[in-house]
Design a protein around this ligand. Sequence first.
Ligand SMILES: Cc1ncc(COP(=O)(O)O)c(C=O)c1O
Length: 396
Amino acid sequence: MNYDGFFSEDVGSFFRSPVREIFKRVDLSKIYSFAGGYPSAATFPIEDIKSLASEVLSKYGDKALQYGATQGTPELRAAVAERCGVPVEMVQITSSSQQGIDVCTRILVDPGEVILTSNPSYLGAIQSFRSYRADVVGVPHDTDIAEWEKAWRKAIGACIDGGKKIKFLYMIPDFQNPSGETLTLQERSLLVSLAREFDFLIVEDSPYRELRYEGEAVPTIFSLAPERTLHLGSFSKIFAPGFRLGWILGATELLDRIYVCKQSLDLCPPVMDQYMAAEFLSSGRLDANLAKSISLYREKRDLLLSLLERYMPEGVSWTRPEGGLFLYLTMPEGFDSVAFYDKALDAGVAYVAGSFFCTDGSGRNTMRMNFSFLDADRMEPGIRILSSLLKSELLK
Ligand SMILES: Cc1ncc(COP(=O)(O)O)c(C=O)c1O
């Protein structure tokens, strides 16, 4: 049967994640994978989770297995509110921060309207934006703030001249996926002043914020402009992604629309998971586990940086993230990381081509590398293979 005539117009704008396609093709345990954004399995607090399940069932009984409030359980909302220093009314629990991105787009954007973002940006967000037929406009980061402001003004001006409404700016200010970069306070303040001047909202996506390995935390965009920012948090990288739990902080008027929208999406976030996360957080076990994850990831980041320094051929440069799970490699102009990918995979190494994160097909000479997933003792052989392949490719 041909089903084509049955699909909605939105379906035509869906596109498959090239990252997930990579995972379907290979057995991750058999290759040197710098590709996915998976946390290290060593950070999963399995023994804690076993006892949390039993503590929650003893404490809450059948309530833990019943439907719950759409906003999230009062216990988890209160725990997140306390951690983030906001009133509980400004917290909505989500079934993952990916859902947070999707639900914000769903309540705010009509087809053809503009979402501004960095270029490159998080692929899962671009997928969501395109699925609502938004016009995604990416602006590359420029460390010269005057030049960066010019680039934003040019992009915003072009939207306005084209009669397009800008609904929000989507940014990952801490340890960005894919670049690993962190925005300075001055850069965050510039984005807030542009949002106020041109009257758009900001969606601040911060799943990596708590994974800082050096330096001082920079204030969130939400703290600079709580009235026009929806701040997304996630338990995926500080607890376990299998729980599929996140949160949104925002003005109650915005959260109320998200609340109604979520009634038709999933009725409520997973209840048992929320009770366990709340217990994990309020008992201090989350912070203890996070401290261990941070020290593991710091070592892995340092190891990857030293291996790149040692083995990469001339002409290759990379970012030095202060936290998060990724760094970003730039090869000389003309190199094609999409075409090179099969060679690398045949030799047993995986990465994600940078152009998959770009809003305009640029970034062919870049790649994203993850340092959380691969065991430390497998990093050196992986980098040696990748750099020797790159050497021969760049000499061609
Ligand atoms: C920037 C960013 N936002 C959101 C997500 C999705 O996270 P979650 O597991 O909470 O859906 C990811 C996952 O890698 C991410 O990198």
